[in-house]
Design a protein around this ligand. Structure first.
Ligand SMILES: [Zn+2]
Length: 285
């Protein structure tokens, strides 16, 4: 079931809508969306079913709304009605810089191993996109749930030249020994952790935007070129049901009301969304 998705993703199905990176000798071709001179590359770390029934994860969804959501994202439900989700990161190439948004589920012994389909394959995806970990100069962690920090630190920071941007409110909310030992301490030791508050410009056209609610310090990354806007959402939305009905809460949002406000504010008609968990990496709001 899990691997059956890959041929569809990599076949011609998306070529009309999405450009690909031009690196023909490599086996995998990560899907890419261009905005002027910038490119946003989807990096697929893994996929698997959710650990609880989707009706529990989204208790307010009616049968009719589930039917509409399944029509919008048919790849997100298994034949027996489980939620099948992707775990994805995004790289933004801008000039000679590379910004990575989120760090996936991680290797076999990652903090996400208790529930996520580890090991992830971000290293191979980065190689297929022609990105060396040393090329990444900024890592934006949308939030500190374990499926978004998996490759951030593997003993030492996996991206040795990157500044890691984390919202101060999330560091406070996730002040736990496991995260201190395996994420914060190694990043502090190398001087790579940058705690931020609110919106943070990364470069011309690339901005980390505070989108609290899912977690207190949740952030997304807005990429803008002329009139075009692409939002790398993080978990601002986690399922197509929140795309068609942005007011629908998700059980694991720490502050559902704030999450709803963040979501409804940013899901504007013409914006392209780059999401970690929906079947397609790029969707219209
Ligand atoms: Zn997530």
């Amino acid at each position: 079931m899990i691997f059956a998705i890959e041929p569809a993703l990599l076949s011609g199905q998306f070529t009309k809508q999405y450009e690909r990176t031009a690196r023909p000798r490599l086996p995998s071709m990560p899907l890419t969306r261009a905005l002027g001179p910038m490119a946003v590359v989807a990096l697929h770390d893994g996929d698997g079913t959710f650990f609880q029934p989707r009706e529990e994860a989204f208790p307010q969804v009616s049968d009719e709304l589930w039917a509409r959501a399944d029509e919008r994202d048919p790849g997100a439900v298994t034949a027996d009605g489980q939620w099948l989700l992707r775990f994805r990161c995004f790289a933004v190439r801008h000039g000679d810089r590379v910004t990575l948004v989120d760090a996936g589920i991680g290797p076999a012994d990652s903090l996400a191993a208790s529930w996520a389909p580890v090991p992830g394959r971000l290293p191979q995806e980065l190689a297929a996109a022609g990105i060396d970990p040393a090329d990444v100069d900024t890592v934006v962690l949308s939030h500190l749930h374990t499926d978004h920090i998996g490759w951030a630190v593997i003993g030492t920071p996996y991206f040795p030249n990157a500044t890691y941007l984390v919202q101060r409110a999330d560091v406070a909310a996730f002040a736990r020994p496991a995260l201190e030992d395996r994420l914060f301490a190694p990043l502090k030791a190398t001087g790579q952790l940058r705690l931020v508050e609110g919106d943070v410009p990364i470069s011309a056209g690339v901005t980390a935007i505070a989108t609290p609610g899912h977690t207190p310090g949740h952030q997304s990354v807005l990429v803008e070129y002329g009139e075009q806007q692409l939002l790398i959402t993080g978990d601002l939305l986690v399922h197509a049901v929140q795309l068609i009905a942005p007011d629908i809460p998700y059980l694991h949002e720490m502050d559902p009301e704030t999450a709803r406000n963040s979501r409804t504010k940013l899901l504007k008609p013409d914006i392209i969304l780059a999401t970690p968990h929906l079947t397609e990496p790029f969707v219209r709001a």
